[in-house]
Design a protein around this ligand. Structure first.
Ligand SMILES: Nc1ncnc2c1ncn2[C@@H]1O[C@H](COP(=O)(O)OP(=O)(O)OP(=O)(O)O)[C@@H](O)[C@H]1O
Ligand SMILES: [Mg+2]
Length: 226
């Protein structure tokens, strides 16, 4: 893979939590390259640092050391620089319950676009139709099934056309039928739109829809480079 094929690259990431004897060194010199348009699954035991990795990649928290490049350019270390990247270029899907409860599905998407200074016109409707959740557009999360909520959450994460979609166990709260639907949906977004996706999962079924699976162990990723 040449440099220009990598849309997201991490070099030598370190991240610790706590101090003194309570210090946990979670990321230990982690390297990662994600190809443009790739669907990558990250697997690993509970507590090994997968969510930490995704939060660092998604610019929700800075690494202690190391570098992240998006589209070949280093992410600026300043909070303002990182926030701009997070808002404009990253989409994030959480394991569960991350929609705003008091807003309808359509308004959850609209507000996400508004805070980014982007026009909302028609985007929610377009995504909801593609995701088979047009019928819940005017409902609040409490009036939707968990599977519908997660599909709306994916629509919201994609609304601003992020370069990279990061998904932290997106099927973790779903039953097997809803999980299969969500995976099919992510697979379609990947295939049809060339969306780059990095997905954390514990499930072999979920990993099977990805182009490549990497395993996290001792704060680094195993496996051959792409
Ligand atoms: N904000 C924090 N403060 C202190 N420790 C933290 C913090 N966030 C994570 N940790 C610790 O870092 C380690 C990695 O946590 P992380 O959530 O990244 O694991 P994970 O691989 O996503 O686990 P799971 O599969 O259970 O979701 C754990 O030991 C956790 O307790
Ligand atoms: Mg986690």
């Amino acid at each position: 893979m040449t440099d220009s094929d990598a849309i997201l690259e991490a070099r030598g990431l370190h991240k610790s939590f706590g101090r003194g004897p309570a210090r946990v060194h979670v990321l230990r010199g982690l390297d990662l390259r994600v190809r443009r348009g790739e669907f990558l699954a990250v697997m690993g035991p509970s507590g090994c640092g997968k969510s930490t990795l995704l939060h660092v990649l998604g610019q929700m928290t800075p690494p202690d050391a190391g570098e992240i490049l998006l589209d070949g350019l280093p992410v600026p270390p300043s909070a303002a620089g990182r926030n701009a990247i997070r808002r404009r270029r990253i989409g994030f899907v959480f394991q569960r319950f991350n929609l705003i409860d008091v807003l309808t599905a359509a308004d959850n998407v609209a507000i996400s676009l508004r805070v980014r200074g982007l026009p909302a016109d028609g985007r929610a409707e377009e995504l909801f139709a593609a995701m088979g959740v047009s019928h819940v557009a005017r409902r609040k999360p409490g009036q939707m099934s968990i599977g519908e909520q997660q599909r709306v959450a994916v629509a919201r994460a994609l609304a601003h056309r992020p370069q990279v979609l990061l998904a932290d166990e997106p099927t973790g709260s779903l039953d097997s039928a809803n999980a299969a639907d969500l995976l099919a949906l992510l697979g379609r977004v990947h295939r049809d739109d060339g969306q780059t996706i990095v997905m954390i999962t514990h499930s072999a079924e979920a990993a099977a829809v990805a182009d490549r699976v990497v395993h996290m162990i001792d704060g680094r990723l195993l496996d051959a480079p792409p």
